[in-house]
Ligand binder design. Structure first.
Ligand SMILES: Nc1ncnc2c1ncn2[C@@H]1O[C@H](COP(=O)(O)OP(=O)(O)OP(=O)(O)O)[C@@H](O)[C@H]1O
Ligand code: SF4
Ligand SMILES: [Mg+2]
Length: 327
């Protein structure tokens, strides 16, 4: 008897997000599919406006006003997320699914001491004493390597450095022992050394806690440090997805090749962006391959929109995969 592999806690299938523009609905994200198993780290990379944050927010059930799911499904722990009630979502967020952002003040309240914020989060969800919740808060601050955690419990967020605030935000996100952590560029505003320390911390936590991590970034240096799989987004769609080793050694999509080439000639920690031109705005995507206006090897066939290669470990969306090569 063969046993089917368990479904990943996060499964995105054919996700389609739209907004309503002046001349009707506009696609923002189309045909997005990926799995996020526990203990794994998937990096979502792509230029500004490619749809990374909206995809993450769709998983969290936190899409901003004006953006809607027009198709596809997000399954969370085996359940179709479109069927979850508000109560289900409240239970899920924090407890099984947590998210951290670039600005820690999106998650931390400036008016409360950091210890109180973590303790109240625990008490709101778990039936334990305040003393136990406080002990757990100290343990969490230790886990994210905050020096002198007892004293730091009494600090207000503004009294901490940027790096410490990010660590507190991670501690707060982990307070309820989630299985999945979604990180939307949480280190972009930090200096390179602090950024590397935070990335390495999350990598350790992933191993120790068997966390599934979805990490959104512009920085291929972060990708190489953290990810085991990489998904490259361009103009609202995934154009390539493979293991990190495959992506860096043998990228197949011309856009990925361009990203890696750009990153090579820049300092580590500096975002990519040397590919000529920019990502077209939603509503202005070419009907054929969306990358065609910037692609160095575009041909007539590229006037037809390429489909994602199906059933392969190394997915590409290009009529000529592997034709553009790293110099
Ligand atoms: N609330 C909104 N209403 C309408 N359009 C939106 C909204 N939020 C984002 N968009 C549009 O959706 C597209 C994708 O946005 P998203 O924020 O997901 O990009 P991103 O890849 O995260 O970019 P960045 O790297 O700059 O954070 C962009 O064109 C953006 O202008
Ligand atoms: S489909 Fe054509 S235009 Fe698009 S990336 Fe591939 S080669 Fe370039
Ligand atoms: Mg974003």
């Amino acid at each position: 008897m063969t046993i089917a592999p368990a479904q990943a806690p996060v499964r995105v299938e054919g996700l389609h997000l739209i907004r309503h523009g002046a001349s009707g609905p506009e696609d923002l994200v189309t045909d997005l599919s990926f799995d996020l198993p526990r203990g794994s780290a998937l990096a979502l990379v792509g230029e500004s406006g490619s749809g990374k944050s909206l995809s993450a927010l769709a998983i969290m059930g936190l899409l901003p006003q004006g953006v809607q799911v027009a198709g596809g499904t997000v399954s969370l722990f085996g359940q179709d997320s479109s069927r979850l009630s508000k109560r289900d979502w409240r239970r899920l967020r924090g407890t099984r699914l947590a998210m951290i952002f670039q600005d820690p003040m999106t998650s931390l309240d400036p008016c409360f001491k950091v210890g109180a914020q973590i303790v109240e989060t625990i008490l709101a969800h778990e039936d334990i004493s305040r003393a136990d919740a406080r002990a757990r808060a100290i343990e969490l601050l230790e886990q994210v390597q905050i020096p002198d955690p007892q004293a730091r419990l009494h600090a207000y967020p503004h009294e901490l450095s940027g790096g410490l605030r990010q660590r507190v935000m991670i501690a707060a996100a982990l307070a309820l022992r989630p299985e999945i952590l979604i990180a939307d560029e949480p280190t972009t505003a930090l200096d390179v050394t602090t950024q590397a320390a935070i990335v390495s911390l999350v990598d350790d936590l992933r191993r120790d806690l068997d966390l599934g991590v979805l990490w959104i970034t512009h920085d291929l240096g972060v990708v190489s440090q953290l990810a085991d799989r990489v998904a490259v987004l361009y103009a609202g769609e995934m154009v390539e997805c493979a293991t990190k080793d495959e992506i860096f050694a043998a990228p197949r999509h011309p856009y990925t090749v361009g990203l890696i080439d750009s990153a090579r000639v820049r300092e580590p920690g500096i975002p990519f962006g040397l590919i000529k031109g920019s990502v077209p705005e939603p509503g202005a995507w070419p009907t054929g391959c969306r990358f065609a206006p910037r692609c160095p090897i575009a041909q007539d066939a590229c006037a037809t929109h390429p489909l994602a290669s199906a059933g392969e470990e190394h997915m590409t969306r290009c009529h000529f995969p592997g034709k553009a090569v790293l110099q």
